[in-house]
Design a protein around this ligand. Sequence first.
Ligand code: SF4
Length: 406
Amino acid sequence: MPKKPFSKPELLSPAGDLLRAKTAILFGADAVYLGGKKYSLRSRAGNFTMEDIRKACEFARAHGSRIHVTVNEIPHEGDLDGIEDYLKELEDCGVTAIIAASPSILRLAKETTGLEAHCSTQMSITNSAAARVMHDLTGCDRVVLARECTMAEIQAINDTLDLETEVFIHGGMCVNYSGRCILSNHMTLRDANRGGCAQSCRWHYRLYENDSLLSRESCLFTMGSKDLSAGEHLYSLMHAGVSSLKIEGRMKTEFYVASITHAYRRMIDEIYETKAPLSQERLACYRHEIAMAQNRETFPGNYAGIGGSSSIIYHENSDANVNHAFLGRVIQSTSDSLILETRNPFELGDVVEVMEPGKELRSFTITAMKDEELGVILKSKTPMRHVEIRCGFPVAEGALLRKGSV
Ligand code: SF4
């Protein structure tokens, strides 16, 4: 029997900017993690100014949520100048926790601030002894376990350890040991461990031996991993006593963040309420929800054992499959119409679904619409326009519209 009680874990969602942080919170995230302008990976994610971190914290507090900030680059000599002041500024903004990959930053946060310190997955913690050493050394409050852990290992770590654990449940995986890859450094001079990964494993390659082409000219291949999608393992993770379930993707769109957060929010709530695994039927339903926002192939991760060749996307893929389901964000609504800030094209007669925080999906058919500048239109083709659409019921500001079926 696990020593930790069956409890509802934190759902931790990613955000690349303030809009996505608010979206994640509205769609059910208990906490959001984001990067500041300094000391953080995902340098291309935009990352937050201190003012935006403060605004995100205020919004989170008002909605009973929390903000975690990544301070997770692998620092080299000289990279830590000013770190203590930075941590104090984060605390002053109302940040709950930092996620760091350096023992010195974890310890500094515990010694000089009231911030929680979470040991990043970059530290590749795969056993309870390593987690305990990290805790004893730094005083960290939580370890984010390596994505390479199996379910049996996660269970054993939680049974042994009186320390919070966090695991990934959805999003990108590295084909190498997470965060221990310098493919990008070699091929683009962009350091994966300092936020610059060019995802070289996902490029298209031909295979040569000396000058001889071994693969057919037309047969390009990639080495990228499929994305993690661990809905079928949620019950076991909760049963194991994991404290936080994390969605990867600070560079993903608001639609992705909303859709994936919304799906996992409902899955976790349903499992907690029934104290049972999801049925195959419910899983299929949630998988459909996730697939509406996902444009890469997925696999259930390493929870049932290290993924074999079926976890890799070998064929020329798949990233090109851009998702056009997202139609826009509702910025205003009356009793029978809404104003949409548009993203992808749609037209009269299209069936659309309304994704509203905390509510079941609702559908309607577009029967009339008006562009704020062009007047009555039959088709909306341009992103970031304001289009009024008749929908027959009130919709909350911040709801998202996607293509659907009645
Ligand atoms: S190149 Fe691929 S395997 Fe390496 S760090 Fe980047 S995403 Fe991970």
